[in-house]
Design a protein around this ligand. Structure first.
Ligand code: SF4
Ligand code: SF4
Length: 611
């Protein structure tokens, strides 16, 4: 380990050398985190090869257990991790968390090029992980209990809350086939790692995401407080050199805490053991400490970078940015929205400093020197303006998504009521809500396709919803156009049935028959298409028969032969109808074909089971 001279006694500002080589624990931790990623890779491989595997071992999966009762591997893992923290301290974060691995990697790469990320300190933003933990793990249960009361007392407020799914008890979701269902697409994963790794580390410090964005950390820090195990100190040998504090990437004020408690009490300590390695006098070790869950951790000397007004403004800004990005385009996961919110809030705060103060720097880079904005300062301003524009666009789309969902939920009806003749009419209120849903959904389309959004939800979610709401609002031409677009990309059974019903309603049964023929050419003999064609032929035949047109009825059934082949019962029905129409010769021919078909489908003589 390189030392650059002994700092003042208790010097918390002493910086670690940029070229610092990881100590023994650092190397062991790198191996442990590498092994975690290897296990993740093997888990994925198992899914790809076998098609079914253990559900994701990811704490965020616990949300589905608490909200829907789906007991999965992530929930069990999270419980075990919390219990182990309560027993042995916060080892999980430092030795097994892939987000810590990512931040450590980013921090290490930055130190290689001479950047030493210094922590940004904000009191209010420090509550973000607790708020997220509440939202993820407590809110689903609280919502289930409180929503009926809200609906009774404050119907308008209740309409803004997502509907609660009925509780069906706990169900087994340990093994899954759709392993990736709860993860974002790969092209969201890359910006996720850039934002939650590089951006948060560079802007907010080595453990920027852990400090301000990790909801699981809230649980681990509470569990760590009750653990009897800690980094303990033999104070007789301590010279208060401050090296331990300077090397702690979790910003624990080690040398000051051990002076008071003879151990580290800050629940932010991730037991990485860097301080144990770096102490020249072997003062520190991991062991049993004095049990004091209420011991007050020592705050860094410079408690916060912000005034109270600044803290409040930044917190409000962060919340607005978070709501703008959370779930937008049906793509952005909550943790990524959090990473974006804290990073963009910081950028705005720094840019305001840049515009107001004479001298401003960031991570050793001078952004403004004696009143003149430097090139790095201009780059930071450009990044901030771009981030604000992107956030405004995301916020606009998110607002429209929320409004669209609200009207969509109000206007939901069984589509049979719209697409099958003779059903009771849709109420004008529902039609109005559906029309409003269409307006908002159209704004959520990509700007190149007539909307305002930068991205669209994956697949055909938007087109299908637009078709549904257009149909409910009475705009059948619109519905046909949206569902037609959706069908070009995805031909789900439900979509085929609904589009078929729409074709028949608008253009009649002949048009439906032609459309079904075209779909069969495109998709082959799909069971849904065959069923639709069979249903159409039977309805047409019945209608013709009831109108006294036996031959027409026979011809409608005859059209089915091309779809289902020489089916004996069908051929006999056709023969009966032709007989009634007085076309006996052809009727006889159909009966012979029925007989032949039966003989061909009968098992060969001698293969009958005689046991
Ligand atoms: S514990 Fe070791 S590194 Fe920390 S202040 Fe004391 S002597 Fe220095
Ligand atoms: S106090 Fe020591 S063990 Fe804890 S996070 Fe800091 S360097 Fe690691």
């Amino acid at each position: 380990m390189a030392r650059t001279g002994k700092p003042r006694e208790g010097c918390e500002g002493f910086r670690r050398p940029a070229s610092r080589f990881p100590g023994r624990s650092g190397r062991r931790r790198a191996i442990a985190l590498g092994a975690v990623h290897l296990l993740i890779g093997l888990h994925l491989l198992h899914w790809v090869v076998t098609g079914t595997t253990l559900s994701p071992v990811e704490p965020s999966e616990s949300m589905y257990t608490l909200e829907n009762g789906q007991v999965n591997a992530g929930f069990i893992f999270f419980i075990v991790a919390i219990l182990s923290t309560a027993l042995l301290g916060r080892w999980f974060c430092g030795w097994a968390c892939h987000m810590v691995a990512l931040q450590d990697l980013c921090g290490w790469m930055m130190r290689k090029i001479g950047i030493r990320p210094q922590p940004f300190r904000s009191r209010l933003l420090g509550w973000v992980p607790f708020l997220l933990a509440f939202y993820m793990f407590l809110w689903p249960t609280l919502k289930r209990w409180s929503l009926p009361w809200f609906e009774g007392q404050f119907a308008t407020v209740a309409s803004w809350i997502d509907p609660v799914r009925p509780w069906v008890g706990f169900t087994d979701h340990l093994m899954v086939a759709d392993f990736w269902a709860t993860f974002p697409s790969w092209w969201i994963a890359i910006p996720f790692f850039l934002v939650c790794g590089f951006a948060t580390v560079y802007l907010l410090g080595s453990k920027g995401f852990c400090s301000y964005g990790c909801p699981y950390g809230a649980f681990f820090s509470v569990a760590d407080r009750i653990s009897p195990m800690a980094i303990v100190a033999n104070m007789d040998a301590c010279e208060s050199c401050g090296l331990c504090t300077a090397n702690c990437t979790s910003n624990v004020q080690i040398s000051r805490e051990i002076k008071i408690h003879s151990q580290v009490v800050d629940p932010g300590c991730m037991k990485c053991l860097d301080c144990v390695d770096v102490c020249p006098n072997g003062v520190l070790s991991f062991g049993r400490g004095a049990w004091n869950p209420l011991a007050k951790a020592i705050a860094p000397t410079r408690n916060t970078h912000l005034s109270l007004q600044g803290e409040v403004s930044l917190a409000i800004l962060c919340a607005l940015i978070w709501f703008s990005w959370r779930g937008v385009y049906a793509q952005i996961p909550m943790l990524m929205a959090t990473g974006i919110a804290i990073s963009v809030s910081f950028l705005i705060w720094k840019s305001l400093q840049l515009l107001r103060l004479e001298d401003v720097s960031l991570q050793g880079q001078q952004l403004r020197r004696t009143g003149a904005i430097t090139t790095p300062g201009l780059i930071l301003l450009a990044i901030t303006i771009s981030s604000i524009l992107l956030t405004l666009s995301a916020g606009h789309t998110r607002w429209n998504e929320v409004q669209a969902d609200r009207h969509f939920n109000e206007a939901q009806v069984n589509l049979d009521q719209v697409l099958i003749p003779g059903q009771p009419p849709i109420s004008p209120q529902l039609m109005e809500s559906a029309a409003l849903a269409v307006q908002h959904l159209q704004r959520c389309r990509h700007f190149s396709r007539g909307g305002f959004a930068l991205l669209e939800p994956p697949g055909t979610i938007l087109e299908e919803k637009l078709g549904y709401m257009s149909a409910v609002s009475g705009d059948l031409i619109g519905a046909s156009s949206w569902w037609g677009l959706a069908l070009e990309e995805k031909s789900s059974d439900d979509l085929l049935v609904r589009y078929g019903q729409l074709v028949e309603l608008q253009e009649g049964p002949q048009a439906l028959a032609r459309w079904l023929d075209s779909q069969r050419e495109r998709l082959g003999n799909r069971l849904t298409l065959v069923n639709l064609r069979g249903d159409l032929a039977r309805r047409q035949a019945l209608s013709a028969f009831q109108g006294g047109q036996a031959e027409a009825a026979a011809r409608h059934l005859q059209a089915l032969i091309g779809w289902i082949g020489e089916e004996p019962e069908l051929l006999r029905n056709i023969a009966d109808l032709l007989d009634q129409a007085g076309i006996s010769e052809e009727a006889t021919s159909f009966r012979q074909r029925a007989q032949l078909s039966e003989q061909n489908s009968a098992p060969p003589a001698g293969t009958t089971d005689r046991r």
